[in-house]
Design a protein around this ligand. Structure first.
Ligand SMILES: *Cc1c(COP(=O)(O)O)cnc(C)c1O
Length: 219
């Protein structure tokens, strides 16, 4: 086994164990390999090992790396997991299959315009900023209902919620809060969990985990 295959097998096993522990179907968890700052050669090793969902946090970096990779692997799914400026919404809609960082009405309007013009509608997650930290993406919990309503009115397909818990704190309570908010709003998908905490996220209901370092090594 290559090192990439080994890492992928380990993370998949850990996802499966966490899901089974929680009485969940392992297949209900989508493992997203976060390839930001990693070159195409490293990505190809994971593609060869069978990985198909990938995450990038910047539109510009993704547009430099992914068109060529997608030509070779048309069945990949590319997820935008980083903050998105409204002026990059059209490029993001063209490039990504899912957008995890929808967080404000102005961005929703820009995404709706791009989706209507192209007919392409990537799955969207509304990112919640649960602790109300400044300078971080995500919509405040008290704005969540209005943000979801804006997306619904604009025809932007929101399938779930996403969060990045505050650093240095136990993540499980934040995951549980996100799960509760998604449930309250009738949303089936939860994008939560990174290299350090994805097993906990899966036990609490994550349907999409975003794992970089555990698959690629340090950035
Ligand atoms: C970088 C990043 C990840 C992956 O982080 P790792 O700790 O390397 O697994 C997940 N989610 C978001 C939003 C990120 O920016």
């Amino acid at each position: 086994m290559s090192e990439a295959e080994q890492r992928l097998a380990e993370v998949r096993d850990a996802v499966t164990r966490a899901a089974v522990t929680a009485g969940r179907q392992p297949a209900a968890v989508n493992l997203i390999a976060v390839s930001k700052m990693h070159p195409a050669e490293a990505i190809r090793l994971l593609l060869t090992a069978g990985q198909r969902d990938f995450g990038e946090n910047r539109v510009q970096e993704a547009s430099a790396k992914w068109p060529e990779l997608r030509a070779d692997y048309p069945d990949i799914r590319l997820h935008l997991i980083g903050q998105l400026q409204s002026n990059k919404a059209a490029e993001a809609v063209a490039l990504f299959d899912a957008i995890h960082s929808v967080d404000r009405p102005s961005l929703i309007a820009a995404l709706a315009k791009a989706m209507n013009e192209t007919g392409k509608r990537p799955d969207c997650f509304v990112q919640a900023n649960l602790e109300g930290a400044e300078g971080k993406g995500g919509c405040a919990p008290e704005d969540l209902a209005a943000t979801l309503a804006a997306a619904r009115d604009a025809g932007v397909p929101v399938i779930g919620l996403m969060c990045v818990p505050p650093e240095g704190l136990e993540p499980a309570p934040w995951f549980a809060l996100l799960a509760k908010l998604a449930d309250d709003h009738g949303l089936a998908h939860l994008s939560m969990g990174m290299s350090g905490d994805y097993e906990s996220a899966v036990r609490i209901g994550a349907t999409h985990v975003r794992v970089g370092t555990a698959l690629f090594g340090a950035r």
